[in-house]
Design a protein around this ligand. Structure first.
Ligand SMILES: NC(=O)c1ccc[n+]([C@@H]2O[C@H](COP(=O)([O-])OP(=O)(O)OC[C@H]3O[C@@H](n4cnc5c(N)ncnc54)[C@H](O)[C@@H]3O)[C@@H](O)[C@H]2O)c1
Length: 322
């Protein structure tokens, strides 16, 4: 039997898509998640009976080790984390899960002789470095995390490199750039992600909606594209670098998202309500440069906003029986 690939947070947005993509390629994904969301797997076309699923907590190191050992896994995609706004609400819990949960992955990788750990960091780790006159946002931009969430991700980048160097596994760090969005439950997600979902749900249901949209244009990344980059990074044999931007390359504002929704749902009655931008730190006004992942991983985003909206709406319909 082929070696397994452990996916922590495997029934979250990126995890569900990554699981499906690995199955399509004949791989053996093994999901480890504290709340197994079979509905999302079904909605994205994954038959849960085809996947080994373990309910477990990242903070339970023996459970992570057992999941690897019992299922003969030699690679890990570590997605389980609290996202930015949940860390802002509960910083101590966020640091425990995002930092110590990740250290548990490194410990398990060391003890079980795992060959590769793929870790999703975030474009927020360098947001504090973004000033006037910047011409390019590639992987050389210095880390300067402006939030506790971003600091957990930056700390894991450092720790992963140190563990990998000392204990001999590959640590591949992917920075998902911009706001991730997609048809998964949004209770713990960013306000922009929630707003996009509200717009698409209202359009699918044919309901009128007023959506708060205080954000400037920014890069947004569809969950399926993040999963594509992640799967390429866990499967690819050889590449030179260990840090990659996974982005979309386009800045998108609320009006453009709304226009895409109206093209697919011409009768929709959605209105954006503008306010002052609530972001406590500067947002990037430049799209990311992901030429490194293009060259070395063969990554190319498949979902510009128009195509993403169609896919998102169809998946949300299945997920919520709309
Ligand atoms: N959403 C973004 O804007 C963004 C941007 C950059 C990077 N990322 C990173 O990408 C990764 C995946 O994001 P996503 O949008 O798929 O998130 P998600 O919230 O959809 O999925 C996270 C999964 O982790 C699981 N989980 C939570 N706590 C756990 C615990 N204690 N033990 C085990 N599992 C646990 C959840 O049940 C969920 O299924 C995260 O590490 C996130 O930090 C996200």
């Amino acid at each position: 039997m082929s070696k397994g690939i452990l996916i922590t947070g495997g029934t979250g947005l990126v995890g569900a898509y990554a699981t499906g993509m690995l199955l399509e390629r004949g791989e053996r994904p093994v999901i480890f998640d504290v709340a197994l969301n079979e509905r999302l797997l079904n909605a994205v076309g994954v038959d849960p009976s085809k996947v080994t699923m373990i309910r477990g907590d990242m903070l339970d190191l023996p459970a992570v080790i057992s999941a690897i050992r019992d299922n003969d896994c030699d690679r890990i995609i570590h997605l389980a984390a609290f996202l930015g706004e949940e860390v802002q609400r509960r910083p101590y819990s966020g640091v425990r899960l995002n930092f110590m949960g990740t250290v548990n992955v490194f410990e398990a990788a060391r003890l079980e002789k795992v060959s590769r750990v793929v870790f999703p960091s975030s474009g927020t780790v360098y947001l504090g470095s973004i000033g006037e006159g910047l011409k390019q946002i590639d992987e050389s931009i210095p880390m300067n995390p402006p939030s506790v969430y971003a600091a957990t991700k930056a700390s894991c980048e450092f720790m992963g490199r140190a563990y990998a160097k000392r204990y001999g596994f590959e640590f591949i760090c992917l920075r998902y750039v911009g706001g991730l969005y997609g048809p998964s439950p949004t209770a713990l997600k960013a306000t922009r992600e929630i707003a996009i979902q509200e717009m698409i749900r209202a359009a699918v249901k044919g309901e009128a909606a007023k959506i708060d949209w205080p954000y400037g244009p920014t890069e947004v990344l569809y969950g399926k594209d993040a999963a594509k980059g992640t799967v390429l990074a866990v499967l690819k044999d050889k590449f030179k670098d260990q840090l990659f931007h996974i982005g979309n390359g386009q800045l998108v504002g609320g009006e453009e998202i709304l226009a895409a929704i109206k093209r697919h749902f011409p009768g929709s009655r959605i209105e954006l309500v503008k306010r002052d931008n609530p972001m406590p730190y500067p947002e990037s006004r430049l799209a990311s440069d992901f030429s490194r992942s293009k060259e070395q991983l063969g990554y190319e985003p498949d979902y510009p906003i128009d195509k993403a909206v169609a896919d998102y709406a169809a998946t949300l319909k299945r997920l919520e029986n709309l």
